[in-house]
Design a protein around this ligand. Structure first.
Ligand SMILES: Nc1nc2c(c(=O)[nH]1)N[C@H]1C(S)=C(S)[C@@H](COP(=O)(O)O)O[C@H]1N2
Ligand SMILES: [Mo]
Length: 423
């Protein structure tokens, strides 16, 4: 078992002495019982039950409760090359269900967030098409819309864990994934409108920000389930997520989901942009570079408990987490309490969308002993999430992208949870 080396640790609320006290009480209540919240005293009447609250005008655009002020995206200062080339991680340990709130969606920018005026924004469709188009946002909204729930995961999510357990935090080990309901126009509809020329096979998608970020997309994908999205979770895209327009390629690596989309050029071969040669290609054990590994394979992680959410008391708990696959629906998630020796099938929370985050849970009685918690996802194609050793056997240790290994949380007798790797 290799322990983590550089823990970006969150401050814990309780002191160690408090924690021991809490666990003792948890044990006294939990011994031989399966309930939490005992006692029969009548409820007190708090201050807020005795006075009127502020009216509707207090919040024209709603914000979370002041008591949720710790629920935030975070970043690692040493991971930013510059302020403009930045990554923030979603707080998976605080999220419920399977939709990421817009303000907590992880971010990856290569040239900062541009301040685009939608009135001045245009989308060009050109190249090997019958009728080149230049569309305004108004034009785009006149097409029939589609809505679909999908995750976006950066191919570099879980990058720190290739050699050994590093990030003692689910936010930093897995927080480059988020999921929401996207609304926009089917890309197939726009391509039909422009008319594909004979021999057309690839599409270049390019952004309007200063990075002129571009990726080559096979036309098969563009004509399958791609969305040119202008909204997320019922409101306009957030500036960080590509306002006013982004490409959503369900299940494909984050990098192909071009934000601030301005240009779609149809061609017959890939363009070999920086982002598909020098970046987002996989260095294999034999020194060869694997190009175009578009799909985010099945992956899962336990978000409760986790390093940021230790166990507070012995007794009954619900282990819960998130699973996703770029190939379709999650069909099964198993959880192990003993580092992969035995497995228990989890409940999957409805609705289970294809290529979307799926919430799993399983009951567990914690008796205060050490445990090694793992989750293992399977998708509808039969693909099973690999162990880190299985992954290293194919990919070596020098890879950056597409680490979908089974993650292990080591539960200690005092309830603390640590990121470890088991052989
Ligand atoms: N224009 C543009 N599009 C972009 C990027 C970018 O920097 N600029 N980053 C890409 C990468 S690497 C990822 S992982 C996703 C992140 O999407 P998000 O910031 O909405 O989470 O956007 C992709 N699209
Ligand atoms: Mo990414």
């Amino acid at each position: 078992m290799s322990k983590n080396k550089a823990p970006p640790k969150e401050p814990t609320k309780k002191t160690d002495a408090n924690r021991r006290d809490f666990l003792r009480r948890g044990f006294a209540v939990g011994a031989g019982m399966t309930f939490v919240g005992t006692g029969g005293e009548p409820l007190s009447i708090p201050k807020w039950s005795r006075e009127l609250g502020p009216g509707v005008a207090a919040q024209a655009y709603g914000a979370p409760s002041v008591h949720e002020s710790g629920v935030l995206r975070k970043w690692l200062p040493w991971l930013q090359v510059a302020r403009e080339s930045s990554i923030s991680f979603a707080p998976l340990q605080h999220l419920s269900g399977s939709i990421t709130p817009n303000g907590l969606f992880f971010e990856r920018h290569h040239a900062g967030v541009p301040g685009i005026d939608p009135g001045d924004h245009r989308l060009a469709l050109h190249g090997m098409v019958d009728r080149p188009l230049v569309l305004t946002m108004e034009d785009i909204r006149r097409f029939p819309s589609v809505s679909a729930v999908h995750f976006i995961e950066c191919a570099a999510n879980t990058v720190l864990e290739w050699k050994s357990a590093q990030a003692n935090s689910v936010q930093f080990s897995h927080g480059m994934v988020s999921s929401c309901e996207w609304t926009g126009v089917s890309l197939k509809l726009l391509l039909d409108e422009a008319g594909l020329a004979k021999g057309a096979k690839w599409l270049l998608a390019e952004s309007a920000d200063a990075a002129a970020y571009g990726r080559s997309i096979p036309l098969d994908k563009a004509l399958d389930d791609a969305i040119v999205a202008y909204a997320q979770n019922g409101e306009a895209l957030r500036p960080e997520q590509g306002y006013p327009l982004r490409l959503v390629l369900p299940g494909w690596e984050g990098s192909t989901n071009i934000k601030w989309l301005r240009r779609l050029k149809v061609g017959d071969k890939p363009w070999n942009t920086r982002e598909e040669t020098a970046r987002y290609a996989d260095l294999l054990e034999d020194g060869k570079l694997r190009q175009f590994s578009f799909i985010q394979e099945a992956k899962s992680v336990i978000t409760n408990p986790c390093p940021e959410a230790p166990l507070e008391a012995m007794g009954e708990h619900t282990i819960s987490g998130l699973a996703w696959s770029g190939r379709g629906r999650i069909s099964k998630v198993d959880v192990s309490f003993d580092g992969g020796r035995s497995w228990h099938q989890c409940n999957l929370q409805e609705a289970i969308h294809a290529k979307a985050l799926t919430r799993f849970s399983v009951p567990w009685t914690w008796n205060g002993q050490e445990a090694l918690l793992q989750s293992r996802a399977q998708d509808e194609t039969g693909y099973v999430q690999p162990t880190i050793d299985q992954l290293r056997a194919v990919r070596g240790e020098n890879s950056i992208y597409h680490n979908n290994m089974i993650t292990t949380w080591h539960v200690k007798p005092n309830g603390e949870v640590q990121n470890v790797q088991v052989d």
